[in-house]
Design a protein around this ligand. Structure first.
Ligand code: SF4
Length: 331
């Protein structure tokens, strides 16, 4: 039996069904596949299992999403981070309504023309929504293929794609893509892979040579660390001053407490405080030191006072959500 068939046989017995993937065929709703794939970027399956049904309840189809206000879309996305994904989903839904009769195209080249859909997402949609034989390469696939071929150097996605493509069968695109991802997620795990349960154990160079702990070698650039200050400005009614970010740039359109990087001019007095919050973005880690002050009218342009009980009506970034939970709700 060749490698693909071994994996497909293993998947029939061990694969997982997800709300956005079904065993044995394409998912009946390409919209659900698209939403899940965008959510799954930078987010764990466990978190998406929580968010996905709520999203589908609020925006059940492309038409509803396209017609929605962007503030509603951001609110629904709140907590998932990387808000550009939500903005692009909204923009893409509008393009699909305008140019594709409200349907997701079953073609990788067409998918790549859409906002927010890159090579990986296009391939995943082709597999899971249309059962096409595209090759998907995510973190799980990188680990499995690098171990299968015993690659001890720092691998690239392109290299893994070139090795994974010939293994991809011409049929059963959905099952094969699910199978290789599931193998990585449940058997070929980063630590202590369960090789005795693996359908590729007899073929796997890393297992044969007992070097699974050395593969894959990933060279990650060090994250830059930055510091700043955030001001929690409270009035006598226990309301806090928030403001909306501009429509462009990092965390655009979201609400926040006034804050500044340390190297910028401070907005208000700085108190030396041990209260702080740290958040890791894609390229840097930011620590904000909490400063508390009191005021009766908003001391910043576009500022407004809001009671904590109404925070849920405003889309906050994940970083500001952390500030709320750690420093306001527990105040
Ligand atoms: S044999 Fe072990 S290391 Fe190799 S692919 Fe399977 S689980 Fe991963």
């Amino acid at each position: 039996m060749n490698l693909s068939n071994k994996l497909l046989t293993w998947f029939q017995a061990n694969g997982r069904d997800m709300p956005w993937r079904v065993k044995g065929r394409a998912h009946e709703n390409p919209y659900a596949v698209w939403i899940s794939e965008i959510m799954l970027q930078q987010t764990t399956v466990k978190t998406v299992l929580d968010y996905f049904p709520r999203w589908m309840g609020r925006f059940p189809d492309i038409q509803t999403l396209a017609a929605a206000d962007i503030q509603d879309v951001l609110l629904q996305w709140q907590g998932l981070g990387y808000y550009t994904r939500a903005r692009k989903l909204h923009e893409c839904a509008r393009v699909l309504m305008d140019k594709y009769q409200g349907k997701i195209p079953a073609d990788r080249t067409e998918l790549l023309k859409l906002p927010g859909i890159g090579p990986y997402t296009a391939s995943s949609i082709c597999c899971f929504a249309f059962n096409l034989p595209e090759t998907v390469v995510d973190g799980n696939v990188i680990r499995v293929i690098a171990r299968l071929y015993g690659l001890t150097h720092a691998v690239t996605k392109e290299e893994i794609y070139a090795l994974a493509k010939p293994l991809t069968p011409k049929k059963q695109g959905a099952d094969y893509a699910s199978a290789i991802m599931d193998l990585g997620a449940t058997v070929c795990t980063p630590e202590h892979p369960l090789c005795h349960l693996c359908p590729w154990a007899k073929d796997c160079q890393a297992h044969i040579k007992q070097i699974t702990d050395k593969i894959p070698l990933i060279s990650k650039p060090e994250k830059q660390e930055r510091t700043g200050y955030v001001w929690l400005i409270k009035n006598h009614r226990n309301e806090y001053c928030i403001r909306k970010r501009t429509e462009k740039g990092l965390l655009s359109g979201l609400y926040e407490f006034p804050w500044r990087y340390r190297e910028e001019n401070p907005l208000f007095p700085i108190h030396s405080s041990a209260d702080k919050i740290t958040h890791t973005f894609t390229h840097f880690k930011l620590t904000l030191i909490i400063n508390r002050i009191e005021a009766e009218i908003p001391p910043i342009p576009n500022g407004l006072f809001v009671p904590p009980a109404k925070f849920e009506k405003y889309p906050f970034s994940t970083l500001m959500g952390k500030v709320i939970h750690k420093h306001i709700y527990l105040d």
